[in-house]
Design a protein around this ligand. Structure first.
Ligand code: PMP
Length: 333
């Protein structure tokens, strides 16, 4: 081991700053803080899951340098696995639904992943992207990351995201809010924060069309009405990373609300984010309004807007979705 205090990118996942969201904090009388996960080496919160899964698999001798990692992913986990995998001597095969932002698919190819786009199918269909990844692993002797049901994902957040938020707020955090793709972020962070202080309110922010609001509110995974264009979130089943996690409540946040938040942050605060971050912040604002002033509410800024310029930051595309980027933030209160 070198005695220099320097590491490769796999040594620089996490330890992201907490950014104060000024306008929303002023409007609500709370401190609304966003964990800047877009500053991770692969550009998203999923670097933590990727590193957690890779380290766990290495420890269990399921993964060694020279091996191939295969995963079904909406994009960010694939990017994390490819970047961190490269640093640890592994290549990746990425199965991604063709509905995902083209920037992610191009980026994955540029990073060196073997990318295979597939038609978007529900989990119940044998040709869902996750099942394809599992089958390819079995057929080729590859390592399947299995981010949805491999709890090394939430363990990564339990060991890093949770302690970082606790330390960065000097234990003053009163609420934590995150949306669910796999549930690794919300699950691992909620488990850690509740252990430190059970009075911390843990919240799921759910897009329309997903089942997590319904699961935490009434114990059923009935599909919710409506739809969302948010990528990477919107879960219809209780994954292993979600099972038994201490979540106090859930809020549904619509895409227009999330978009108004993103546009305000971009224009007035120089913070450039993807839509799942807007859903998360929308949940934090709902908690601020429900619980009243004086709270310290932490949420996750999952990734930046770079990968969504052809969609979320394209006026024509937004108009096709019936979304209005000019709607003022204040009209949502
Ligand atoms: N936002 C984005 C942009 C994502 O890609 C993901 C992961 N798919 C999430 C949020 C949700 O994170 P998690 O899988 O930890 O629930």
């Amino acid at each position: 081991m070198s005695s220099f205090p320097y590491h490769g990118v796999d040594g620089h996942v996490g330890n992201t700053p907490l950014i104060r969201l000024r306008r929303l904090s002023e409007l609500t009388g709370c401190e609304i803080l966003g964990k800047a996960e877009f500053m991770n080496p692969g550009g998203s919160v999923k670097d933590r899951a990727a590193l957690g899964i890779i380290l766990d698999a290495e420890e269990k001798s399921l993964l060694k340098p020279g091996m191939t990692i295969v995963e079904g992913t909406a994009g960010n986990t694939g990017i994390g696995l490819t970047v961190i995998g490269a640093a640890r001597g592994c290549r990746t095969v990425i199965i991604i639904p063709e509905t995902q932002a083209p920037e992610k698919i191009t980026l994955l190819r540029t990073l060196g992943a073997d990318v295979r786009t597939v038609p978007a199918k529900p989990y119940s269909d044998p040709d869902n992207y996750n099942h394809i990844a599992r089958r390819l692993a079995e057929e080729n002797g590859w390592f399947w990351a299995n981010q949805f049901d491999n709890t090394a994902n939430r363990l990564g957040h339990y060991q890093t995201t949770g302690p970082e938020i606790w330390n960065q707020t000097d234990g003053q955090v009163t609420a934590f809010c995150a949306s669910i793709g796999t549930g690794g972020t919300l699950g691992g962070t909620a488990l850690y924060l509740k252990e430190r202080n059970p009075a911390i309110t843990t919240i799921c922010a759910d897009p329309y069309g997903a089942a997590m609001w319904s699961w935490f509110t009434n114990g059923h995974t009935d599909e919710d009405d409506g739809d969302s264009v948010a990528e990477g979130i919107g879960q219809s089943r209780v994954t292993a990373n979600v099972a038994d996690i201490p979540v106090d409540k859930a809020f549904r946040v619509d895409d227009q609300t999330a978009l108004a938040i993103l546009m305000q942050l971009l224009r007035e605060e120089g913070v450039f984010l993807g839509l799942s971050s807007g859903i998360n912040i929308g949940g934090a604002v709902r908690q601020a309004l429900e619980g009243g002033p004086g709270q310290t509410i932490v949420t996750i800024l999952c990734d930046s807007g770079h990968k969504y310029q052809s969609k979320l930051y394209n006026r024509l595309w937004l108009a096709e979705q019936g979304l209005n980027p000019e709607k003022p933030l204040e009209s949502l209160f």
